[in-house]
Design a protein around this ligand. Structure first.
Ligand code: ADP
Ligand code: MG
Length: 292
């Protein structure tokens, strides 16, 4: 594979993505050369400890934040080359975003229907069309009866479903959700996750969900783990909810993270011996035998 065709068919491509925050004298490397490919139509969960760079990644991919270096492309748009005007346009019609804080997704003084219509009004969709589309989306999310209510008159789960409808108005290619179930109890969280899954299957929208929730990641086919600003491992299932298989990721220059438990079990550190077999790779701790 040459450098140029890395992720050529993918909808989302992150290639050695770097984001450095500069605050006063301190430099925080939130993304440290992250590689990630997501295909069109996928539903992917991203997991990782607090501070591992998940929100930073979603911020970059959704055009809210500009990366420091590397390559990021979504639906053919180069996120490093965009002007601020193009970035604004991208945020309005190529991607949708759902925050953890239910209150941050919706305007409190507008009804559910008016909230859903707003992003469409901003890009110039005519009134009749946006009213019809808002009702269609609220109906699809089971909220047709509550279209006239304001956010404060809706439960947390209902507010998040209105947020999903709002994010879908302009038919985005990708929906990003940053811990969308984080503030909700179990059953309400499940209901919001079910709505995201429904959007993925019935509208075909690609969905990327950052979550702390082990339950959510067991319900998707692909879970990507981020560690220290890099993708470190993936869990894949043939069927959502089915048995899982964990994979380590090899980056483009061949680096791989060996899970801590494996390193401990075999005393792997500093230097290991690799042996190429016909169908696998052997890894041995360097026990100093050769020097003896
Ligand atoms: P996560 O969402 O996985 O918890 P974040 O992407 O929010 O992680 O943060 C990754 C790292 O970047 C953390 O060390 C965090 O403190 C730092 N960080 C995030 N946002 C900023 C910012 N605006 N200014 C400075 N540092 C930040
Ligand atoms: Mg976060």
């Amino acid at each position: 594979m040459t450098d140029d065709d890395y992720g050529a068919d993918a909808l989302i491509v992150c290639d050695s993505l770097v984001r450095i925050y500069q605050t006063d004298d301190v430099e925080v490397q939130a993304l440290q050369g992250l590689d990630l490919l997501v295909d069109e139509g996928e539903l992917v969960a991203i997991v990782g400890a607090s501070g591992s760079g998940k929100s930073t990644l979603l911020g970059v991919l959704s055009g809210l934040d500009a990366p420091t270096a590397g390559r990021a492309r979504v639906a053919g748009r180069d996120l490093l080359a965009m002007t601020s005007r193009q970035r604004l346009r991208y945020r309005r019609d190529t991607v949708g975003f759902i925050w953890q804080q239910t209150a941050r997704n919706l305007l409190p003084f507008l009804s559910a229907a008016e909230n859903v219509e707003l992003p469409m009004a901003v890009v110039g969709v005519r009134r009749a069309e946006r009213t019809a589309r808002a009702m269609e989306l609220l109906d699809a999310l089971g909220l047709a009866e509550k279209a006239h209510r304001r956010p404060a008159e809706l439960s947390g789960g209902e507010q998040q479903r209105v947020a999903i409808a709002t994010a879908l108005g302009n038919r985005p290619k990708v929906l990003f959700a940053d811990e969308p179930t984080g503030e909700l109890d179990r059953s309400t969280g499940d209901e919001v996750f079910a709505a995201l899954r429904e959007v993925n299957t019935s509208l075909g929208t690609t969905v990327v969900i950052v979550t702390h929730d082990a339950e959510v990641s067991s319900q998707v086919r692909r879970t990507v783990a981020i560690r220290d600003g890099r993708t470190s491992s993936e869990v894949l299932r043939r069927d959502a909810g089915g048995p899982a298989r964990e994979y380590a990721l090899i980056d483009r220059v061949g680096r791989m993270q060996v899970p801590a438990a494996y390193r401990r079990a075999l005393g792997l550190r500093d230097r290991v011996r690799l042996e190429l077999e016909s169908d696998h790779l052997g890894v041995w701790s360097d026990d100093g035998e050769d020097e003896r």
